[in-house]
Design a protein around this ligand. Structure first.
Ligand SMILES: [Mg+2]
Length: 208
């Protein structure tokens, strides 16, 4: 039963932007600014370019995302959920397609930086990015954790694909309630506050 598995999970991996923070990235605008094709993920488009073309764009992307990071605000219920999970003694990690430096800045700006050990944040340069499952595996290796006891929480297709690819349970957060990638989710919630509520109400033991 997916909810039972999620409630008993000992290793929680979160997407960062739009999951732990309020979504603000306008990826179409970023693509336009970088001159990258519409409708394709940015990192993959960059990876296809020759290094002399991709390198300055990667620098520009870091700068754009740093500006966004500095304005980051926590998602509804993020601090409460993370505090509750920490009290329950579970491992907390982040798998992000952002850079590690920008991830730290985002967490700091959003007031969530106290919840994650430095080596529990995996950015796009530390492992092949989602939808690849590598970042999740890397975190689990560090924790000596089993995929059966892992959950991936995210707001986008790539988070859910990475979670499924790693063999973790998947939680899909979509404040709009539309859940366009819902077929890849074991649990769908509109907010992290709702996630905490669902897990706590149905299976109170681990989260007390
Ligand atoms: Mg996201």
């Amino acid at each position: 039963m997916p909810l039972a598995r999620i409630a008993r999970a000992r290793h929680w991996v979160f997407d960062l932007d739009g999951t732990l923070t309020v979504a603000v990235h306008d990826f179409d605008a970023i693509r336009t600014e970088l001159g990258l094709p519409a409708g394709r993920p940015i990192l993959e488009s960059l990876a296809e370019l020759p290094p002399e073309e991709s390198a300055p764009l990667a620098v520009r992307l870091d700068a754009i995302e740093l500006e966004i990071a500095r304005e980051a605000r926590p998602a509804e219920g993020a601090a409460d959920l993370l505090a509750e999970l920490l009290r329950a003694g579970v491992d907390l990690g982040i798998a992000t397609r952002n850079s590690l430096a920008n991830a730290h800045e985002t967490l700091r700006a959003a007031g969530l930086d106290g919840f994650f050990a430095p080596d529990s944040i995996v950015g796009r340069d530390e492992a092949p990015p989602k939808p690849r499952p590598d970042a999740i595996h890397r975190l689990l290796d560090g924790w000596r954790g089993a995929t059966e006891a892992a959950v991936m929480v995210g707001d986008y297709l790539f988070d859910l694909e990475a979670g499924r690819g790693a063999g973790a349970a998947t939680v899909y957060v979509d404040p709009s309630g539309r859940f366009p990638f819902g077929h890849l989710a074991d649990l769908r919630v509109r907010s992290l506050a709702e996630l905490a509520e669902r897990v706590r109400l149905d299976f109170p033991d681990p989260l007390r």
